[in-house]
Design a protein around this ligand. Sequence first.
Ligand SMILES: [Zn+2]
Length: 260
Amino acid sequence: MTIQREIDQEINCASCQAKIDLEKYLKAHKVCPVCNHHGIMGAEERLNLIVDAGTFIEHDTELYSVNTLGFPDYETKLDRDTKKTGRPYELLSGTGQIGKHNVALSIGDISFIGGTMGAVAGEKLTRTIEYATKNKLPLITIAVSGGMRMQEGTLALMQMQKTAAACTRHSEAGLFYISVATDPTYGGATASFVSLGHIVIAEPNARIGFAGPRAVASIRETLPDNFQKSEFLIEHGMIDHIVHRHQMKSFLISLLDWIR
Ligand SMILES: [Zn+2]
């Protein structure tokens, strides 16, 4: 008789530190059952949660970053994160269906160079928005970002106006843009496409801002406990809705039904 011993796999919640059974945590899409903390998800996990199964067609997979400025160790980090994520870029982009609605969408990934936005993510996002404009599709972006990529300097910063201009043309064509910000969304992403959604949604307790609290604290102001959290931002008119991860897909479908 074979005795099978199950190895308990547990993780600690990053917020309340409760021990959580890994299988249950993954089934709950990385939401802590004790404190409701929304853990960090990869782009593919988000895709599976939001997009109808089998409908996603990825676009622009031929783009990859190069070390144009000769920034030390950049290639090493690109190689490391390409192996880690299985793709040479941080942004999944393409078309798919959400509740049978055709959409163009992009999804960021914090696991690739901290989700920072360089020339490749900017180009992929811009092409996605332009595809949406040309094909009269609503646009959905799901952001997670450490800001613009310092290893690409001005080339990264230029992606802000490029994506913002594409958003403007999409809007001027009478098309609808839903922006979803997840924890954490910072820097130039917040200062460009993330804030340009006709409706901006955030997950609960997500940190969203331009400069982070440490940089802001340098002006010697006392910051509130929930500074730059979704619950603070909604009170100050920076976002429109806070939506629990488990309700995100049905919420997006209700918006897409509404605009049809
Ligand atoms: Zn917790």
